[in-house]
Design a protein around this ligand. Structure first.
Ligand code: MV4
Length: 504
């Protein structure tokens, strides 16, 4: 077994991997930029190496500095976490060249799944349902129009080298197609250096459900069930849960087997996630893409299956067979995770970096908080402003929601704005509570919020109007109008102060 592992990342995922290593008596090595010199992940690791200036392309993306730290420290393996170099096949090759083990899949598997068109082709060949669409880049706007008419509108234009929604365009009708196609091409070229765009039939109001798979170097493949990830803001998942509210054993098995077919097709090794779009109408599902890394939201799968995915990654990277067979995997409880960010929900979720002056992390039954900060820590402007992932679990979804409410009440962060108030509203939302989730959830949630605000304002205005009418009536009846107006306005103010907005 490895004696020492370097984690080529920062923040909460490094702290999380360190905990798994500690459980396995493996020493840990952290790397850090100038901005992270006092970070929690540096404090927690057994050793830490400075790798450069704060910008990621001068530190966490500089693989020669990371490999140098691994060699200096004598780390036998590197865990990439997620993001940064976690899906960079060149980095894997450089690490392997140095005789260091990369904890993750082969560079070939990464490359096969990195291109969205190549991934679609692999899924089709593996007999897995994909969204109806092309498997070659569109040649021109005319080609796009011809193809769109074949599938029928609405259609989705996607960048072949894209992912995570970048360069994607929903096109409702043929009049909008030409401009959308040209915009998608130029955005794809600017973002990925590859302007090729393909087209799919748009699945309307789909759920975004992903399957966790795991495999080893001995040909064993299992799935660990699904995660519901439909609550997203700008293609960033914000709330994830396991199981999906629309889960049934048949759907889980069908999707799980399809996910394994895709993984087998690229000789995948380790933890991977296969994403699907699922129609609420008939639970039909379509392969979307495969992520060749451990996902941010992996804790909800761990809480429901009881499996430590990072521990399993390390064992498999060290040549062990999977610790479990498919028949050994059971799904108990219901887990929900919120990604708590230093962003200001009142200011369009703009990043809100700064110093954390107070920190109260929720604890107790059914609560897990994977965090990367402490009281006094600085949330940096250079990186993803995640504070922690708050995950809760209960025997049922209702119990998990109650626990999430309690944990969100307990959770306090002082000195910076966070998305905690946003989650406190989400858990009271009727569609969320009913499990009516799809990729349009946030848009509808915001609409409901606007409507509530207008209703409240209207109600206040109605009250004031009736109060003034009452005061006027009083005035015509007696000359105590001044006291009457004062008493009414005092009544209104007292009511508002006591929060009794429904007094009027
Ligand atoms: C789609 C789709 C509907 N129809 N493709 C989003 C990013 C990447 N994971 C693929 N995504 C989607 N592809 C077709 N043919 C819906 C999504 C989608 C989505 C779209 C708009 C807004 C939010 C979304 C969240 C998840 C998935």
């Amino acid at each position: 077994m490895f004696k020492k592992i370097l984690i080529a990342n920062r923040g909460e995922i490094v702290c999380r991997v360190i905990r798994a290593c500690r459980d396995m008596n493996i020493k840990t090595v952290a790397v850090y930029s100038e901005a992270d010199k006092d970070a929690l992940h540096v404090r927690m690791a057994d050793e830490a190496y400075f790798i450069g200036a704060p910008p990621s392309n001068e530190s966490y993306l500089r693989w020669e500095k990371i490999i140098e730290a691994a060699k200096k420290s004598g780390a036998e393996a590197i865990h990439p976490g997620y993001g940064f170099l976690s899906e960079n096949s060149e980095f894997v090759r450089e690490v392997t060249k140095e005789g260091i083990t990369f904890i993750g899949p082969s560079p070939e598997a990464m490359e096969a799944m990195g291109g969205k068109i190549s991934a679609r082709k692999i899924a089709i060949k593996a007999g897995v349902p994909v969204v109806p669409g092309t498997t070659e880049p569109l040649k021109s706007a005319e080609d796009a129009l011809e193809t769109a008419k074949e599938f029928g509108f609405p259609v989705m234009l996607k960048a072949s080298a894209g992912g995570g929604g970048k360069g994607m365009r929903l096109v409702e009708n043929e009049h909008d197609l030409k401009n959308a196609f040209e915009a998608a091409q130029s955005e794809a070229l600017a973002s990925f250096g590859d302007g090729s765009v393909y087209i799919e039939k748009a699945i309307v109001r789909p759920r975004h459900i992903e399957i966790q798979i795991f495999s080893d170097t001995h040909g064993n493949f299992v799935h660990l069930g699904e995660r519901e990830c439909s609550i997203q803001r700008r293609h960033q998942k914000v709330v994830e849960e396991c199981p999906s509210p629309i889960n049934d054993d048949y759907l889980r098995q069908e999707m799980g087997e399809c996910a394994i077919k895709v993984a087998r097709a690229v000789d995948y090794v380790g933890a991977g996630t296969v994403e699907f779009l699922v129609s609420d109408l008939d639970k039909s599902f379509y392969f979307l893409e495969m992520n060749t890394r451990l996902q941010v939201e992996h804790p909800v799968t761990e809480l429901v299956t009881g499996i430590d995915l990072v521990r399993e990654q390390i064992l498999v990277a060290n040549g062990a067979e999977l610790s479990f067979l498919q028949k050994d995997i059971a799904w108990n409880n219901h887990a929900i995770e919120c990604r708590v960010y230093a962003e200001d929900p009142e200011n369009n979720f703009l990043p809100a970096p700064g110093k954390i002056t107070r920190l109260c992390i929720p604890q107790g039954n059914g609560v897990r908080d994977d965090g990367g900060v402490y009281k006094g820590a600085e949330v940096s402007i250079y990186y993803d402003p995640m504070i922690s992932k708050l995950a809760v679990h209960g025997r049922t979804r209702a119990e998990a929601i109650d626990r999430l409410r309690r944990a969100l009440r307990e959770y306090e962060v002082g000195g910076i704005k966070t998305t905690l108030p946003f989650f406190r509203e989400i858990v009271e939302d009727e569609e969320f509570i009913a499990g009516k989730l799809d990729t349009g959830f946030i848009a509808r949630f915001n609409e409901r919020k606007q409507v509530k605000k207008i209703d409240e304002a209207t109600r206040d205005l109605a009250l004031i109007a009736s109060a003034l009418a009452f005061a006027d009536k009083q005035k015509s009846v007696s000359n105590k109008s001044q006291n009457a107006k004062l008493s009414v306005s005092r009544w209104v103010i007292a009511g508002r102060a006591a929060g009794h907005r429904n007094w009027f």
